[in-house]
Every structure is written in C-alpha cells, then in structure tokens.
Design a protein around this ligand. Structure first.
Ligand code: AHM
Ligand code: MG
Length: 337
C-alpha cells in the first residue's frame, strides 16, 4: 500500500479542500489533529499490560460508569492535542460532565469537537478491538462553546465525523459529507494511508449484531424482527442469518461498513427511563453520518437518528443502523407497532 502512489490522510484532505472546496483549512487542521491524537492513543492501547495502562482509574464519569485508566488517558490525549490549534470553540466528551473550555492563552475557532475517547470500555482489559468516535459541529452564533446547549444540535448539522478502531490494525474511517473513506495507519511511517475510498455498505445482508441477553426486555417490533432472523431458512425470511457481537460499537460498525450487516442497540425495558443505551452526540450521530454516507441507514426505529433534536449533552438514543433494506424492514415493524 505504501508507495509513491499512496494517498496519505493529509493529501486526501488537501485534495478535498482544493478540488472540491469541501473543507476549509481549519477543518483540515482539526481532522489532522484528531488523527494525530488517535495515533497516540493507538500506541498506548498497543502497549497493553506493558504500558501500565490497563485496569480501573478509580473514578466514575457523569453517567455513573467506572472509568478505566485508558478512558481517562485517551480523553486527556484528545484534549491536549486539540486545545491549542485555534480551530475549536469547545470540546465535549463522554468522560466529562460539561464541555471543556479552551484555555484563555490559546486562540479560539468556530468548531466544536465532541467525542467518545475510548469506546468499548468492557473490552479494554481483554485485548479486544476498541476505538475513538468523534463528531464535528459548528459553534452556534451567540454561544461560546462552553455551554452544553452549544453541542445540542441534531446530527444533520455535523460537518465531519469519524472513528478510529484499534484492532489488529489501526484504521480511521472519516466523512466530511462527501462519502465515507478508510485510512489504515502505517505504523512504521506513522501516517494514515487511504485504503478504502467511498465505502459502500451492501443494502442486503445475512449478518446481525445485537446483545441477545437483553431479548426479554425488547419491544415487540424488535422481538419480531430478531425472531425472524433466528428462524433462518425455515422462517419467513427464507434464509439463514449469522450473529456477531463484539461489544465495542466501533468494531461492530466497522464490520458493517466493511461488509454489511445490521447493528442494533434498541430501547428496551432496562434502558427505557434513560432513553436507550448508546449516547446520541458522540456515538449514534457520528456513526449514523458515516453509515449514511456509505449508503446505509440509521434510525431509532421511529425516526432517522440524525434528525433527533438533543435536549441533553449526554442524551441516549436507541440505535438501528447498517444495511439499508434491513434497517428499513425493522423500522417498518416499529411503524406497524
Ligand atoms: P462505552 O462507551 O462505555 O464503552 O459503552 C458503549 C458500548 C458500545 O461500544 C457497545 O456497543 C455497547 O456499549 C455494548 O453494550 P453491552 O455491554 O450491553 O453489550
Ligand atoms: Mg462509548
């Protein structure tokens, strides 16, 4: 892959800026800085037990979840990398109650960055793929970027979104609203190289991802849909389906972006009072943008995810995304009730 004709992330972004006018210099800088932070996180993750970074941090986040050392470290890496560049008005993350203000001695810019620094916390200590998810918004007029409300924008306003999966290879998947593209980290050279241009999620699939242990809590439309898949060839779908559940949204979505499938974390009796399991602003919205730009679909079961108007920074939402025809089918079951 690496050679005279390889396209680095930098070159890709400059060409998007030059040829298509899709992005400006500030957004290009922002994405490059996030990518650089992901490289640093990738190195920390890769050291595993040797780096002394595994285990609990001994703290909790705003959502009452125990933080791992790597959750905290990844959050700090992203904050430090992004606060000095002059491209951001503010940053928010899963690991912080409220947005992080840009220190006064640094210039401020017009963008907001919101992220899940290390998604898949339960997989950190067991050497299973984990990742970073991020979304870029514009800071609304009249706001400073330190208010929760500044970030509470529907996903349709995202100007860029991406994730970086730390698996057997480190892969950054990105959209700036002009398709979804994948870049693999060349560890020797230290740069991300374009390895997948204009990824396309097949509209049909034989693979689904859901935490089956929640089956008894599901709503009727989800139960109906999954029962049909599990019934296989002998059931109403007339074909066998296969199930995969990594337990890291990044890894499950990356599989779907690569070869299709449907990913579901629906609302259920256990998460009803919270509105769902996954977070809207830094999990569901960026993943929905990426999936839609790759020809897939993403809904709550009742509404396109990116059209949900957030009322809280850490709002949760039901998630059904991936191969278009499957997402439409399960959304149809919700409509029928
Ligand atoms: P996290 O952000 O605390 O890691 O939680 C989000 C993760 C997702 O990556 C994954 O899809 C889901 O939680 C797994 O949930 P479960 O443990 O119920 O299978
Ligand atoms: Mg997460």
């Amino acid at each position: 892959m690496n050679g005279p004709n390889s396209v680095s992330l930098t070159r890709f972004l400059i060409e998007e800026q030059r040829a298509k006018g899709k992005i400006g210099a500030d957004l290009r800088l922002l994405i490059e800085v996030v990518a650089r932070a992901c490289k640093t996180i990738s190195i920390a993750v890769g050291k595993g037990a040797l780096g002394g970074v595994l285990g609990e941090a001994g703290t909790g986040n705003v959502q009452g979840e125990a933080q791992k050392k790597l959750d905290v470290l990844s959050n700090d890496i992203l904050l430090e990398a992004n606060e000095w560049g002059g491209h951001l008005a503010g940053l928010a993350s899963e690991e912080m109650d409220h947005p992080h203000a840009i220190p006064h001695h640094f210039p401020k810019g017009g963008y907001l960055l919101v992220f899940d620094p290390l998604d898949g916390s339960s997989n950190i200590d067991v050497n299973v793929s984990i990742g970073t998810i991020f979304s870029v918004l514009r800071c609304p007029e009249g706001m400073t970027g330190t208010e929760d409300e500044a970030f509470q924008q529907p996903g349709t306003t995202q100007v860029a979104a991406g994730y970086c999966v730390y698996g057997p290879s480190t892969t950054l998947v990105l959209t700036v609203g002009d398709g979804t593209h994948a870049f693999t980290l060349d560890r020797e050279v230290g740069s991300f190289l374009l390895t997948g241009k204009n990824l396309q999620i097949p509209p049909d699939t034989k693979e689904f991802a859901i935490n089956m242990s929640n089956a008894r809590f599901w709503e009727a439309p989800v139960k109906r849909y999954i029962d049909e898949l599990v019934a296989g060839k002998e059931g109403p779908r007339g074909k066998d389906f296969n199930m995969r559940w990594v337990g890291s949204m990044v890894a499950d979505v990356h599989r779907i972006v690569t070869r299709g499938g449907v990913f579901m974390y629906p609302i259920d009796a256990k998460t009803m009072d919270k509105g769902g399991r996954l977070r809207l602003l830094y999990e569901a919205n960026p993943m929905s943008f990426i999936v839609e730009q790759a020809g897939g679909a993403a809904t709550t079961g009742r509404q396109r995810i990116v059209e949900v108007k957030p009322s809280k920074l850490h709002q949760r939402v039901p998630v059904i995304l991936g191969s278009r025809n499957e997402v439409e089918r399960v959304t149809g079951y919700h409509r029928e009730g």
